[in-house]
Design a protein around this ligand. Structure first.
Ligand code: CTP
Length: 408
């Protein structure tokens, strides 16, 4: 299955003769299962129409920065946040210059500046423009800032010149983009992840639960699978489809989760508790639907659920690393540090759920990774990008541990 399956990709097409190849790129990315939103610059619209791209992507094409109708649908900031990846193909010398200077004078450059997702550019221009020191300086600036530069290739150009500056073939651009999502950091590793809320029954039709969307846990599962791990995802009820190459175990209550986690965790390399487990369950759920009586108030007796992650971290065949989450509304770091120590975790990932941008259900996150010895901050980015950074840090920690205790 392609690494691009279910990825959300913005394809931004700028105005050069290679713009028509942007259409082919959209078609090929779509074939890989990616969701595509297309931005057409004003120049690109001289070469290719929004309607062509709408037909290929299956979504309205974005063209203007300040367009009332477009802003009412998916505005430019929402579009920037939606993406897992943005690729500018073809990127003209002018767009490269404007990106290098952080300009935001049209939709394409504004979204490139506003997106927390990684940005790739596939340059295409006349060979003399490519060779110009101004272009090369701009590219090296962008490359230093972490933008991926794909191509160009050398060959015969539309203007009759021969030399470097031709847009790389769409198939080669797709391959370069897919590779971004592939690493072998967790090859041979077994990972167990819990995600989503638990539902605690009151009677057959009512329950106690929480606002967890499962997005962070699912993003972590996907990042682990992309890094080559065998992944078991134990999930409460969420409205997400499981990532490819992941074994899903669906659960409802904290007790279900407890049972599944204790069956899967022993001997794993990594256990990540991203589920929002209900701390309490109803002591005696009613077997039939509870009827409204005459009383103004009623009481439910709740009993405490087992602390699943604390049990996992004290298992005889304990996973090599046990990682928990601390979702807090106040005193974030203090509560997180205490939780990590009390539950015997190798790492706790602290996130502030009171902030509107990083709360439950949001597409973005910003977290602190806290171990006994270190604290690292990951700044605001899409949940998928944050997940990849977390997994990279954990893979490195597993690697270091294996080096200092070979055979363990
Ligand atoms: N967790 C767990 N089992 C529980 C409760 C929590 O495994 N019964 C895990 C969560 O999956 C998470 C971590 O523990 O990784 C912290 O969850 P949180 O609800 O913040 O911790 P609590 O110990 O319940 O603390 P609080 O009093 O803040 O609810």
């Amino acid at each position: 299955m392609s690494q691009l399956h279910q990825r959300r990709v913005i394809v931004a097409i700028s105005g050069g003769i290679a713009a028509y190849k942007g259409a082919e790129l959209v078609r090929q990315l779509k074939k890989q299962g990616a969701s595509i939103r297309v931005i057409l610059s004003r120049g690109a619209r001289e070469f290719i129409t929004p309607l062509t791209l709408q037909a290929l992507s299956g979504e309205p094409t974005h063209t203007e920065l300040l367009d009332e109708k477009a802003e009412a649908g998916m505005g430019h900031i929402a579009l920037a946040r939606w993406a897992d990846l943005m690729v500018v193909a073809p990127a003209t010398a002018d767009v490269i210059a404007r990106l290098a200077h952080g300009r935001a004078d049209d939709l394409l450059t504004t979204v490139a500046l506003a997106t927390p997702a990684p940005v790739a550019i596939a340059p295409a221009m006349n060979q003399q423009m490519w060779a110009n020191q101004a272009t090369q300086d701009n590219l090296s600036q962008l490359s230093k800032r972490g933008l991926q530069i794909i191509g160009p290739e050398a060959g015969e150009q539309a203007c009759g010149d021969v030399g470097p500056g031709r847009l790389l073939a769409p198939g080669a651009i797709v391959t370069a983009l897919a590779e971004r999502f592939t690493s072998r950091q967790l090859e041979q590793r077994r990972v167990v992840i819990t995600a989503g809320p638990t539902l605690e029954a009151i009677d057959p039709v009512r329950f106690l639960s929480n606002h967890s969307s499962g997005k962070m846990g699912y993003a972590l599962a996907r990042a682990c699978a992309d890094a080559g791990a065998r992944v078991v995802l134990i999930s409460g009820p969420v409205e997400l489809s499981p990532p490819d190459r992941v074994k899903l175990i669906s659960i409802t209550s904290a007790l279900d989760l407890h049972k599944a986690a204790l069956a899967e965790a022993p001997g794993a390399d990594l256990f990540i508790g991203a589920a929002a487990v209900a701390d309490y369950r109803v002591q005696h759920p009613a077997s039939g639907k509870m009827k409204k009586g005459d009383d103004d108030t009623i009481s439910l007796t709740l009993v405490q659920n087992p602390d699943i992650i604390a049990e996992v971290s004290h298992l005889e065949r304990r996973p090599k690393m046990v990682v928990g989450f601390a979702a807090e509304t106040h005193n974030l770091l203090e509560h997180a540090r205490t939780k990590r120590a009390n539950k015997g975790l190798d790492m706790i990932i602290a996130n502030d759920v009171s902030a509107p941008q990083t709360g439950f259900g949001s597409e973005l996150n910003a977290v602190h990774l806290i171990t006994a010895a270190t604290e690292e901050q990951l700044t605001l980015a899409s949940k998928q990008v944050i997940a990849e950074q977390i997994i990279s840090a954990l893979a490195e920690a597993l690697h270091q541990a294996a080096k200092s205790h070979p055979g363990s």
